[in-house]
Design a protein. Structure first.
Length: 110
């Protein structure tokens, strides 16, 4: 996981001490839904202090976008070079974002 900042949205599958501590160590704020048997540790303490159901609901927006992107293009990027894979992924995202923008502009005209 690269270092960064901002929120890290995830479901309850990511609620473990190791994952939460890694998220916090890399500079992210965990918005992770707690399980019944909550994880312990400093990452979990930050999660418990920060967690908000309204923020957690925003997770579906990103998952919906990337799920639609996967449905549109498929889930494989057939290449060996990392630079080629990144380029193809960015082109796919740009194409799909353009598709959404065109839909919105068409709906505004009608």
């Amino acid at each position: 996981m690269p270092e960064g900042k901002g929120y890290f949205y995830a479901d309850a599958a990511y609620d473990s001490r190791k994952v939460l501590n890694t998220i916090v160590d890399r500079g992210y704020i965990p918005i992770v839904k707690p399980r019944k048997n909550r994880a312990r540790g400093y990452g979990a303490r930050i999660r418990d202090r920060i967690f908000d159901k309204d923020k957690y609901r925003r997770r579906g927006i990103c998952e919906g976008f990337f799920g639609a992107l996967t449905n549109w293009f498929g889930d494989r990027i057939p290449c060996f070079l990392i630079e080629t894979a990144v380029t193809r992924l960015l082109v796919r995202i740009a194409c799909y974002a353009l598709r959404i923008l065109l839909r919105v502009s068409i709906m505004e005209v009608e």
